[in-house]
Design a protein around this ligand. Sequence first.
Ligand SMILES: Nc1ncnc2c1ncn2[C@@H]1O[C@H](COP(=O)(O)OP(=O)(O)OP(=O)(O)O)[C@@H](O)[C@H]1O
Ligand SMILES: [Mg+2]
Length: 390
Amino acid sequence: MNKNVEVLVAEYNETSKFFDRIYEVKNIEYAPYILKSFYSEDDINDTPFRTNLSEWFKGRGIPSWRDNLDLLLHRLNIIAPYELLDKAFGLSLSDQYWLKPYGSNVFYDAINFFDHDFDYAEFMEASLSTNSKTIMKKTSLKTPNNTTDGMLRKAWIIEDGTRYLLKGGYKNEILQPFNEVLASEICERLGFCHVKYTLDTYKDMVVSKCPCFITKDAEFVTCYQIRNDMKRHDNAEDYEEYIMKLEEHGIKNAREKVEDMYILDFLIMNEDRHLNNFGIIKDVNTLEWLDVAPIFDNGQSLNIDYYDEEELHILGNGRLFYEEKNFDEIIKIVKNLRRIDISKLDGIVEWFDVLLHQYQDLTKMSDRRIEKLCILLNRQIAKLREMILR
Ligand SMILES: Nc1ncnc2c1ncn2[C@@H]1O[C@H](COP(=O)(O)OP(=O)(O)OP(=O)(O)O)[C@@H](O)[C@H]1O
Ligand SMILES: [Mg+2]
């Protein structure tokens, strides 16, 4: 199902976690975007359509590369993440697809997690706690936490009716949440549409916290899905064709909005702008492409993987579609940098410095490291200022 619309009738094998047979495709337009290109009206069971349906469904779950997955599985009392895929009707907070048992009269409005509360305390503990002994009861699997993507440990929670995603750092790395908050501050000051991240603590661990940017009526479609049936060039053409596609679908100022993301990536040296970390927002009722998705997932920045207490190693490579490239190269895709009022970033390095020092008791981050982070940030801002004035 896609919200209230029947997409297809199929048999889901609870053991193999594959769709064994497709009986009927009812509304292909309402299927996940990536599946449409595999669809042909000939025997749907013989085409890659069925395999890709199963793959897509698996991709909605916790990935095998989730940080500390073994511990999470142990605490959840399951063997593999795919055991969770069909729990709670396969509902998610990032899209509106779900499994409706054939012949039942369950309605989306009665079950979805946008409107209805879910259990999260146990999952949050299982996912984020470093020393929990709790083994979760299988009855607590009524949660959108069954269907979260991404490498970092994370958990959906509800506070005052709002759904928030909490994200930890990778292994012992504690910088990611701070990078998320820094990215939000930059976006706020430069007027870029973004998901607002704040800091929170969970059992002495600093985590980032952001509200759900999706509603019951709007789906997040990743660039990866959109590009899937487009010819791949492995150069800036991939980017240009993507912008064209967004414009064809009527998204206003698509180019500037995507550029904004690359400007942010330049400033914080974000190494992780892979094709599932950006995309568009689609109306699930009318299927209209509404907008570029707000900028999110900016934690892997400021040379996070290459930190050395002694020296300032700078990797300096970001991502532009399928290419890994130097940030100085990627930024060249921005047509007009002069539209950026860089003075809005005055004082932001000092602001970040204070923020990192504030949490030092918890993070144990050295003064030296904080200083190096500030040097890097300052350097990127200065470089951008120079490019604007050039
Ligand atoms: N605020 C949000 N609202 C709705 N969906 C979200 C939100 N934040 C993230 N998601 C969804 O969850 C997925 C994982 O989140 P995110 O990319 O932040 O995690 P990550 O672990 O940092 O990922 P990666 O593997 O790219 O490092 C996203 O791809 C997106 O589909
Ligand atoms: Mg991500």
